[in-house]
Design a protein around this ligand. Structure first.
Ligand code: UDP
Length: 336
């Protein structure tokens, strides 16, 4: 089909964290492009009902022996997509031990298991939170990385670990630094299901649905056109397709890259609320709340390197489509 990026010809791909929000969308597009996604996940935050496109291995990323047993079942899988991690920024500040264990210890155990299994390539889910505080927008990959949050620090530690494994052991890698993941698959079957939920769009939609109280907007006096923070919202289906583009780039011989995955377009918190009101036809009143610690006023990507290096450009990230797909997902009956 013309909208397919490449043909994965029945190949196996290990998707660590494949039961999660982004991971389940990655598994779906791998399957749509003719590959077989193998989900490794311990279901600590992922959902069994989101594993639909290939085998499932219930394995904790920190447990080397269990990883070895799981890898042994799929000896043809040479590319590993690593998305499993603790992501809730506030929890990372309260429980850094948990974050370093899940994220950094987990990544080390995974990379070592990959070496034993002779897997050759890793695609790593990193984040714009590795850059830290800066006024330099749009953000280039060359911006110094100086993360503020424990979450960002753990992701940067893993980026460094992967770079060392490349230098010493020849591991090929692409690090994808996602901006704000959002939206849901067009089917409405998979989407954002975090517990606790802290992200703007799902909170605002559930607020408009009457499932929670009024939205609080953290900071309405920033130095931005409407006073609220600006972010770069990239549809989860586009993030998933960036992984297909990365696989195709590996197949063409790419050995290493760090790239931003964003749209390059900044959208304010109030624009998000207005779009939800428009799409849903429901009022979405909000309360002005104090600024949230660590929030930058503006954060948006320079997306050019992703286009040049892996051939990625977003197709699904029009704001109306983001909100419509997220709305469809959240307005369906609760899942198990
Ligand atoms: N935000 C908000 N109210 C909320 C949750 C988020 O005003 O209940 C704001 C937050 O301060 C930031 C933007 O929405 O300006 C995006 O936050 P989110 O947590 O979704 O993603 P982040 O950019 O922190 O990764």
């Amino acid at each position: 089909m013309s909208n397919k990026r490449t043909n994965l010809n029945g190949r196996d791909f290990i998707v660590v964290g494949g039961a999660g929000y982004i991971g389940s969308h990655v598994c779906k597009v791998i399957s749509e492009h003719g590959g077989r996604p193998i989900t490794f996940d311990n279901l600590s935050t992922g959902h069994a009902h989101a594993v639909k496109w290939g085998p499932f291995e219930n394995v904790d990323v920190r447990h080397g022996a269990n990883l070895d047993a799981a890898f042994a079942k799929y000896p043809e899988a040479k590319i590993v997509i690593h998305l499993a991690s603790s992501i809730e920024v506030g929890i990372g500040e309260k429980h850094p031990a948990e974050f370093y264990d899940n994220n950094v210890t987990g990544a080390l155990a995974l990379l070592n298991a990959m070496r034993r299994a002779e897997a050759t390539h890793v695609v790593f889910s990193s984040t714009c939170a590795t850059y830290g505080e800066t006024e330099n927008m749009p953000l280039l990959e060359t911006e110094p990385q100086n993360p503020v949050s424990t979450y960002g620090k753990t992701k940067l530690a893993i980026e460094h670990m992967i770079q060392s494994f490349h230098t010493a052991y020849g591991l090929n890698y692409v690090t994808l630094r996602y901006f704000n993941a959002c939206g849901a698959d067009a089917s409405g079957d998979i989407g954002e299901e975090h517990d606790p939920e802290t992200h703007l769009i799902p909170l605002a939609i559930t607020s408009a649905l009457g499932q929670r109280g009024k939205m609080k907007i953290f900071g309405t006096n920033y130095d931005t056109p409407d006073g609220t923070c600006i972010r770069d919202y990239i549809h989860v289906s586009d993030i998933a397709l960036a992984h297909i583009d990365t696989i195709a780039a590996f197949d063409r011989g790419l050995d290493t890259a760090e790239v931003n995955i964003g749209t390059g377009i900044g959208v304010s918190n109030l624009e998000i609320l207005k779009t939800i009101e428009k799409i849903s036809g429901r009022p979405l009143p909000y309360i002005s709340a104090p600024r949230r610690a660590g929030d930058l006023s503006k954060l948006y990507a320079d997306p050019r390197k992703a286009k040049i290096t892996i051939g990625f450009s977003p197709k699904h990230s029009d704001l109306r489509n983001i909100i419509q797909t997220a709305w469809n997902f959240h307005s369906k009956a609760p899942r198990n």
